[in-house]
Ligand binder design. Structure first.
Ligand SMILES: NC(=O)c1ccc[n+]([C@@H]2O[C@H](COP(=O)([O-])OP(=O)(O)OC[C@H]3O[C@@H](n4cnc5c(N)ncnc54)[C@H](O)[C@@H]3O)[C@@H](O)[C@H]2O)c1
Ligand SMILES: C[N+](C)(C)CCCC=O
Length: 586
């Protein structure tokens, strides 16, 4: 296997770093099973919630800390290996030590250079602003070769039973678990998010594969009795070659959310990641091959808009699943319409989070932080319009500002970092531009909102900013109407339930929404009235793979995760069987 990234420090390939032992190797092993992680501040009582908080504060993924939504089931038998080569507690940062190795396309079970690569594109490390390497954008011929290879693999894979497919997916999930630290490190280096969050993303990813492995064997049709002994049955069949196009904020996770249900249903997939984050999906492709999928079943085609268009317009592509912005989603839908191809569109949002005065304040503050600052605020479903009932506006704002100011920004590979670097220089400037405009329109910056330059010299060209809380916001401000996709929370006071619902729904987006209240009837009444596909009561931004995820309105349609996704990667055939003679009306 060729390495994607080469590490200067130990001179070995990342995939081979098991030999790169540290003097603290034994410590991780000794601590397995009993976590010594300090409790997260604010952790108040035992139970489900506290175990999730513990999981968030534990960097070792040890079984005592992991909460059910991010957990190895069964237990992480591979943990000692991680602990032995990466003693988390003392691991020093590897930021600025990796170099990208070409090629990054993956076709027919191997990494290859595209046959008609149009041009080279640079890959950046957001934490340092350093160019890690270059890779080629794919042209039309390469896209066609990937489709042909996927078609051949589809013939084999679609004939397998659900249980056979299930076993391969389970093996892929096992390998992801085994390589958790390596994948998370790579994601952090390429995306800029904290290693702490990247590990959670990897856990959600292998859980997704396990979940769909479980459903693969359960795919079944219906039997219908007809008059005279005749009958009918339905078959749920695969679509064929599906295309997945992803965004840069959750590169590995998005690829798993698409490929797991696609492969479980018997399809092949060609995946095009964002050109900003081309790396981790190649690992996924290698893992699928290692797990036993036929060569060509999961291919990776690197490129930008033009490559994406070749994929969407290819006559042998049966379906397109897209995650990205609304403007690109519109183009994808237009292209797919010409070929009558079904599409799943997971698009942007500007979601409301409604906090009533009877909320548990500490939970509401935690919820607002979770709703705004994961992955540097670059999260589609973030609850960035935080509506706070006037009675608690002052107390809530004071606490949220205090907590935001304490967020540890910096080298994303360090264990205690909670906010890393934004994806690119231009995106950072765009986010800061929204804040300047908000000030001009009358908002008050309560904290953050400016560039952050870490003390560590190697990080001085990284794309960091201090997370921002905006007060004195009004519904007509740009920062309240448009998706910023950065760490910017807008606080908006409200007085009544009726008023806040009207304002919360006054948007063309409809991805998510949340409510904090102790009034159980109000909670359900409010989420029923919210025009959003994913709603949270007394929490925000958790994403168990069992739950369908997707938007209303211009945030898209179709669903990822949950049983629902199986319907979007399969089609229904009805077979009508006559047991008697044919009676003709002619
Ligand atoms: N709803 C969700 O699940 C979800 C998840 C993550 C991100 N997002 C959204 O994604 C956006 C940020 O991601 P982004 O900047 O990568 O989005 P983007 O729309 O710019 O790009 C997304 C992908 O589409 C490709 N692309 C661009 N133009 C194309 C074209 N004409 N034809 C085919 N492919 C094309 C890009 O190369 C990339 O791979 C935000 O709006 C965010 O809300 C949504
Ligand atoms: C895992 N989260 C935080 C729910 C994000 C889902 C993907 C959206 O960008």
């Amino acid at each position: 296997m060729r390495a994607l990234l080469q590490r200067e420090a130990c001179g070995g390939e990342l995939g081979e770093k098991r030999g790169c032992r540290s003097q603290d190797a034994g410590r991780g092993r000794a601590q397995r099973g009993r976590c010594a992680a300090p409790p997260r501040p604010g952790l108040r009582s035992p139970g489900v919630k506290s175990s999730r908080a513990a999981a968030l504060s534990c960097s070792r993924a040890c079984s005592c800390c992991l909460a059910p939504w991010m957990l190895p089931r069964p237990s992480l038998s591979l943990l000692p290996r991680f602990c032995s080569f990466l003693p988390i507690a003392t691991m020093s940062s590897k930021t600025s030590t990796f170099h990208l190795q070409q090629p990054l396309n993956y076709r027919a079970g191997a990494r290859i250079q595209p046959v008609d690569g149009s041009h080279n594109e640079e890959v950046y490390e957001p934490a340092t602003g350093r160019v890690m390497g270059k890779f080629l954008f794919s042209g039309e011929k390469e896209v066609d070769l990937a489709v042909q290879s996927a078609k051949a693999a589809f013939k084999i894979w679609s004939q397998k039973s659900g249980m056979e497919r299930s076993r391969v997916l389970l093996e892929a999930a096992r390998i992801i678990r085994e390589r958790r630290e390596e994948i998370a490190t790579m994601e952090t280096i390429n995306n800029g998010k904290s290693i702490f969050e990247a590990r959670v993303d990897v856990d959600i990813s292998w859980q997704c594969l396990e979940y769909y492995a479980g459903l693969a064997g359960a795919i079944a049709g219906q039997h219908v009795q007809l008059p005279g002994g005749s009958f009918a049955y339905t078959r749920r069949e695969a679509l064929g070659v599906c295309v997945g196009i992803g965004a840069w904020n959750y590169p590995f996770q998005i690829a798993c959310w698409k490929s797991a249900p696609a492969l479980a249903c018997g399809n092949a997939m060609i995946y095009k990641p964002s050109p900003l984050t081309p790396i981790s999906v190649v690992l996924l492709a290698e893992i699928f091959t290692q797990a036993g999928v036929p060569n060509g079943l999961f291919n990776v085609v690197q490129g930008g808009a033009a490559t994406g268009q070749f994929l969407c317009q290819h006559r042998d592509v049966a379906k397109v699943s897209f995650t990205g912005s609304v403007p690109t989603g519109i183009k994808i839908m237009e292209m797919s319409a010409k070929g009558i191809k079904p599409v799943t569109l997971e698009l942007g949002g500007k979601s409301p989070l409604i906090i009533f005065s009877d909320s548990v304040l500490e939970n509401a503050v935690n919820g607002a932080l979770m709703a705004n600052f994961l992955t540097q605020g670059e999260v589609c479903c973030n609850g960035t319009r935080v509506f706070v009932q006037r009675e608690i506006l002052e107390a809530f704002t004071e606490e949220v500002v205090k907590r935001t100011q304490k967020i540890k920004i910096g080298d994303p590979l360090l264990e205690d970092t909670r906010m890393g670097a934004l994806i690119s220089r231009s995106h950072l400037e765009r986010v800061l531009g929204f804040i300047s405009q908000a000030k001009e329109q009358g908002a008050k910056v309560l904290c953050g909102g400016e560039l952050y330059v870490p003390d560590d010299l190697k990080l001085k060209n990284g794309y960091y900013m201090r997370p921002c809380v905006l007060g004195d916001c009004r519904d007509d401000m740009t920062c309240v109407k448009e998706e910023i996709f950065g760490p910017v929370m807008s606080i908006l006071p409200f007085d009544t339930e009726e008023e806040v619902l009207e304002r919360a729904n006054n948007t063309t987006f409809g991805l998510a929404g949340g409510v904090f209240t102790r009034d159980i009837q109000r909670a359900h009444r409010v989420v029923a009235a919210l025009q959003a596909g994913m709603c949270f009561i007394n929490n925000y931004n958790i994403s168990p793979v069992e739950l369908p995820f997707g938007g209303y309105k211009m945030s898209g349609f179709g669903r990822e995760n949950g049983r629902a996704a199986m319907e979007y990667y399969s089609q229904l055939k009805t077979v009508c069987v006559e047991m008697g003679d044919v009676e003709s009306v002619f």
